[in-house]
Design a protein around this ligand. Structure first.
Ligand SMILES: [Mn+2]
Length: 441
């Protein structure tokens, strides 16, 4: 067995969250719960260390309560003889004027007594706060060395230099201890990684930097999507610990690594986040009653869960044909339905998107049948491309055309046309038969 550790990254404690107010409240606690689970996992599985690759908290406004919780968890690890190594990122920079320096001081031997009675933390905690790489030898419970961690931190919130480039190669990090695996710990933007484009280019690096060092594993942070960041090399982003919004979907947690010297380590994902953001699409049953529609959507939500009762925030793309298409596309209606479904299923949040719901009309058939409706639809179609026709059918007084230049009037008229065929269809179609419309009966 080699050097066994849990790789976490991007905890973003007290981040600004997406979703409804209740969702934000839940996520605040869920992030701390996920961290608690990670600590629990490391202790229970007797890992040698927990490595956190930066962005432990979101900004310097971190509450004292959450800071206290962070320190409490780190002390738990130390009390259980598990090392804890953190490398500062852009959200938790390590320079003297920043918050991490204070937290690290509380963690040092003889530091703050927030957890009186616990073992002194200094021995097994290391916070890499400086841009110059430091080498730390990790020992097991008996004090035998099991691995080497080389780490560096962002000194400021906008580190522009390539920190990976200054790392020593594996041989010099080992300094003769050839049997020990070498692990890099860094918060960095690797060019070409998946989702790299949506993350700021702080401490930018390339796959080449990691090729050169010949480390047995790189524990990276910054990009929130879990992935191997350099094909063919043991260079991994753990992804953030708890998804915070629709852009951070899927299971979240950490990577468990068992590293040996000279053998690139393959990490194994362990789910830690209690809440999962997910997205699905559903074709609604045409003509369903309100009750039948709710039942249908409830089943979709249940099917989306990995296990009964899983805490999910779901975004559902609705499509299909329904006599009440207009109602079902209305944001207020969808919001109300979503809340009802969330309460009914216990989902944290249900967001419904209805723009692809249409009226149950065979448009081809309609166009081939002579009727007033057909003429109206033809007229709307032609007016979309024929400006002279559009102007000729425009009302003399326009409600909102303050600027009467021909181009702005035309633009306004085109805007009015946008949804007009749907509106005409809906108004001219017969009301649904009792029992097929919008009732719970
Ligand atoms: Mn970051």
């Amino acid at each position: 067995m080699g050097f066994r550790f849990l790789h976490l990254a991007d905890l973003h404690l007290e981040t600004y969250f997406g979703g409804q107010p209740e969702t934000r409240e839940r996520l605040r606690a869920a992030t701390l719960e996920a961290f608690d689970r990670g600590v629990e996992y490391a202790i229970e599985h007797e890992l040698h260390a927990v490595l956190v690759a930066g962005d432990v908290y979101d900004d310097p406004l971190l509450s004292l309560r959450t800071e206290g919780e962070l320190i409490r968890q780190l002390r738990r690890l130390v009390d259980a003889n598990v090392w804890c190594l953190i490398a500062s990122g852009n959200h938790d920079p390590g320079g003297e004027p920043f918050r991490s320096a204070d937290i690290a001081a509380d963690l040092a031997p003889g530091g703050g007594d927030g957890a009186r009675g616990s073992a002194p933390t200094g021995a097994r905690v290391h916070w890499f706060r400086a841009p110059q790489p430091e080498v730390v030898t990790i020992s097991d419970v008996e004090g035998h060395p099991v691995g080497i961690v080389v780490g560096a931190g962002h000194p400021t919130p906008t580190e522009a230099s390539n920190l990976a480039a200054a790392f020593p190669d594996a041989a010099s990090a080992r300094a003769g201890a050839t049997h020990l695996p070498v692990v890099g710990l860094l918060h960095t933007h690797v060019a070409g990684a998946s989702a790299a484009a949506t993350h700021d280019r702080f401490a930018p690096s390339t796959a080449f930097d990691f090729h050169r060092h010949e480390f047995d594993y790189w524990a990276l942070g910054h990009i929130h999507a879990r992935q191997c960041a350099a094909p063919g090399l043991p260079v991994h982003y753990a992804g953030n610990l708890q998804g915070r919004n629709w852009r951070e979907m899927g299971s979240k947690g950490g990577l468990v690594v068992d590293a040996d010297a000279g053998a690139p380590a393959t990490p194994e994902f362990v789910r830690l986040a209690p809440v999962r953001w997910t997205r699905c699409s559903s074709t609604i049953p045409s003509g369903a009653t309100r009750g039948a529609l709710i039942d249908h959507l409830t089943r979709c939500i249940e099917a989306e869960r990995a296990w009964p009762g899983e805490e999910v925030a779901i975004r559902m793309d609705l499509k299909g044909a329904h006599p009440l298409a207009r109602t079902l596309r209305d944001p207020d209606e969808l919001n109300g339905l979503g809340k009802e479904l969330a309460a009914r299923t216990g989902a944290l949040e249900v967001e419904l998107l209805g723009s692809r719901i249409a009226l149950p009309v065979d448009r081809e058939e309609l166009r081939n049948t002579p009727s007033m409706l057909r003429h109206a639809l033809d007229l709307i179609d032609r007016a979309r491309t024929d400006d002279a026709l559009l102007e000729s059918i425009a009302p003399e007084t326009l409600a909102r055309a303050a600027d009467h230049s021909s181009e702005s009037v035309l633009a306004y008229l085109r805007e009015l046309l946008a949804d007009l065929d749907e509106e005409i269809l809906e108004r001219s179609l017969q009301a649904p038969e009792p029992g097929t419309g919008w009732s719970d009966a």
